[in-house]
Design a protein around this ligand. Structure first.
Ligand SMILES: NC(=O)c1ccc[n+]([C@@H]2O[C@H](COP(=O)([O-])OP(=O)(O)OC[C@H]3O[C@@H](n4cnc5c(N)ncnc54)[C@H](O)[C@@H]3O)[C@@H](O)[C@H]2O)c1
Length: 269
């Protein structure tokens, strides 16, 4: 039986993935603020340490898969520093903390959740991306609140930092070199409580309405569709994926950024 730890398991994509993997026969260890096997606030260093310790104890020495779904959207009045701590540090510190357990797993796989906002939300702050990747949480939070813009815009910066962290680490001796696959998915708009929260706000609702118009398939995604992709990446049939950022967005990125990926590598001649 494979064992998986899932953060953000209490709602949306994480809950659908927990249900899917339990039905597939996994032992699922769920982590969330409340209502999960392990309750922890991944927005704080203490909460992350407690979560890592509790998963380590529950997993009994090895973990075959880790999926980090915990995250929050930008909202009016919500500080960008909170997104920095939850979306970025709440992902990478749990990844780092559980890597030794994954190293003992069977064809181990870790999957983070990035977002197609990384390529389709214009003009967010690259200085915040750099500050997150530099790894000093206090400084990154300062940049988030004093240099970057509102959290609705800078959500994408936290998700680009996650994607870059995945690509930088996937190829290192500690991850890929140790046989641990590290990848991310980049969902488009998925119908979850996170989107419901946005729809209930007078500022965010029209932006979501506009964003929905960019979905070539004509509808938001379903959490179960992300769960199916995550089940594939966490499982034993995706064993050559390493450092991939897998977009699943109903066509938004292809529609808005048609020829921007793949791009040729041009070297000086
Ligand atoms: N829904 C979308 O359109 C969409 C698109 C792209 C990426 N994503 C990402 O997918 C992931 C899942 O989002 P969702 O749409 O299922 O949202 P959701 O709000 O339904 O679920 C998020 C879960 O994360 C948990 N969480 C939030 N802060 C936490 C904290 N500090 N500590 C522990 N747990 C915490 C919440 O309690 C919740 O259960 C997020 O990372 C989100 O950014 C979502």
């Amino acid at each position: 039986m494979r064992t998986v730890a899932i953060t953000g398991a209490g709602s949306g994509i994480g809950a659908a993935t927990a249900a899917r993997l339990a039905a597939d026969g996994y032992q699922v260890i769920g982590v969330d603020l409340r209502g999960a096997d392990i309750e922890a606030d991944l927005g704080t260093p203490e909460g992350r340490r407690a979560a890592v310790a509790a998963v380590t104890e529950a997993a009994g020495g090895s973990l075959d898969a880790l999926i980090t779904c915990a995250g929050i959207a930008g909202m009016p009045g919500r500080p960008t520093s909170l997104l920095a701590s939850v979306n970025y540090f709440g992902t990478v510190e749990v990844m780092d903390g559980l890597r030794p357990l994954l190293a003992n797993g069977d064809r181990p796989s870790a999957v983070a959740i990035s977002s197609n906002s990384t390529t389709t939300a214009p003009n967010y702050t690259l200085a915040l991306v750099d500050a997150l990747l530099a790894g000093d949480e206090a400084e990154a939070r300062r940049v988030a609140d004093e240099v970057a813009g509102e959290s609705m815009l800078e959500y994408a910066a936290t998700k680009l930092a996650v994607a870059r962290w995945v690509r930088r680490n996937a190829v290192t001796p500690e991850w890929g070199g140790a046989g641990i696959r590290l990848n991310a998915i980049a969902p488009g708009m998925i119908a979850t409580p996170m989107i419901d929260e946005g729809r209930s706000d007078a500022t965010v609702a029209p932006q979501l309405e506009m964003f929905q118009q960019t979905i070539a398939l004509g509808r938001p995604g379903r959490p179960e569709e992300m769960a199916a992709l995550l089940a594939f990446l966490a499982g034993t049939e995706s064993t050559f994926f390493c450092g991939s950022i897998v977009f699943s967005d109903g066509g938004t990125d292809a529609l808005l950024r048609t020829d921007d990926f793949p791009v040729p590598w041009v070297l000086p001649t």
